[in-house]
Design a protein around this ligand. Structure first.
Ligand code: AOF
Ligand code: ZN
Length: 366
């Protein structure tokens, strides 16, 4: 096992991030006599897997070669044939794997199948975290059939998301705002509450200049239990790319439903407070193959997702500004009375972007 080849495989996978859903973005390289002779990454769903792409490029040079792959090769027929068959047929001598595939449909794991065909198999545990990081949405969706939910917000040094008058443009700097668009470009769906639409009238599109690949607009989802979405909302204009789902309940009137164009109205059960049931929404989005969802606010919506234990990741942008006064904070709701009741999260990364700091946290499952 040579680290530089697994690094190349991870770079291949990065080319596919956000373009394979609900399949994972995987990368593979074929190495013959110290040379990379084939590279591949997962194609859009229904098309070739990373291994198949890399083997195709390697052609006859795959015979006796090593295959480095970021995810365990599939052993089953899905929309495409098993990669293990293709690896065996190509005459690969050795396979090095960075992470396991949690797909519950696998009857045999790749190591068992490949070893039975006389192929050497090893794992590269030092690359496991990086490989898992590239496939976290898939790993959640394949076992729950619900999207992996990331809550994202920007706040000031003193923990506010707007001024006392509600002015929120902008808390974070330009570099952070570009990064938000990069995240949207890799996310299947993006969600806000109706209050955010009424206050900010956002577009929720992906806006990246001079990108190396065509940008992708996430499906927009608005939580709107009572049907208050205005037909004049900016995101519903004909010229705005991407599609919009308004998640509502039986409480929304027929007149309101008839007033909206360019949006799908999705009626869902409500919870005891008359809000859209979040588990029902996640089931419906998961059924549609939406494997990642970014919740961008506002405070009540974020609080509702947290209360439903429906958040897999939090990304916080902290901007070096101080706002003061009675101004909104990222998480609304009633809040807790005692510190001992606080939800516990685990910080996993921090990164400076322009003048801001980005923090990533995952639920603390202890
Ligand atoms: C791989 N290499 O590049 C990917 C894999 O319906 P299919 O045939 O596309 O199979 C989808 C399953 O294959 C998916 O649920 C996951 O378990 C695995 N993804 N496997 O060998 C790849 N993307
Ligand atoms: Zn495969």
């Amino acid at each position: 096992m040579n680290a530089k080849y697994m690094q190349s495989a991870l770079e291949q996978a990065a080319l596919a991030l956000g373009r394979t859903s609900p399949n994972p973005a995987v990368g593979a390289v074929v190495v013959q006599a110290g040379q990379i002779v084939g590279r591949g990454h997962t194609q859009p769903v229904g098309q070739a897997h990373a291994e198949v792409m890399a083997l195709r490029e390697a052609g006859a040079q795959a015979r006796g070669a090593s295959l480095y792959v970021t995810l365990e090769p599939c052993t089953i027929w899905g929309r495409t044939p098993p990669c293990t068959d293709a690896i065996i047929a190509a005459g690969i001598a050795e396979v090095i794997i960075a992470s396991r595939d949690p797909n519950p449909r696998f009857e045999y794991d790749a190591a068992t199948v490949l070893q039975a065909a006389g192929i050497r198999v090893s794992f590269a545990p030092e690359f496991e975290t990086a490989a898992i990081g590239q496939t976290e949405a898939f790993r959640h969706w394949i076992v729950t059939k619900q999207p992996f939910v990331t809550v994202k917000y920007a706040m000031s040094l003193d923990g506010k998301i707007a001024t006392r008058t509600g002015d929120a443009r902008w808390i974070s700097g330009a570099a952070s705002r570009q990064k938000v668009h990069e995240l949207r470009n890799q996310t299947d769906a993006i969600l806000v509450g109706i209050n955010t639409v009424l206050a900010d009238d956002p577009l929720l599109t992906t806006r990246l200049e001079q990108h190396w690949r065509p940008v992708q607009h996430p499906v927009r989802v608005v939580l709107d239990a009572r049907g208050r979405m205005p037909a004049s909302a900016a995101m519903l204009a004909q010229a705005v790319p991407g599609s919009t789902i308004i998640a509502t309940t039986a409480a929304a009137s027929a007149e309101w439903r008839a007033s909206l164009n360019n949006a799908e109205i999705l009626e869902l059960p409500s919870n005891l407070e008359g809000r859209v049931s979040i588990p029902a929404l996640l089931n419906e989005l998961g059924q549609r193959g939406i494997s990642s969802l970014m919740v961008e606010g506002g405070g009540e919506t974020i609080a509702a997702f947290l209360a439903a234990q429906a958040v897999q990741k939090v990304q916080v942008v902290i901007a070096p500004k101080i706002i003061g006064g009675v101004a909104p904070s990222p998480v609304g709701g009633v809040g807790i009375a005692r510190m001992s009741e606080a939800q516990l999260w685990q910080l996993s990364a921090s990164e400076q972007v322009g003048a801001d700091i980005w923090l990533t946290a995952y639920p603390n499952l202890q």
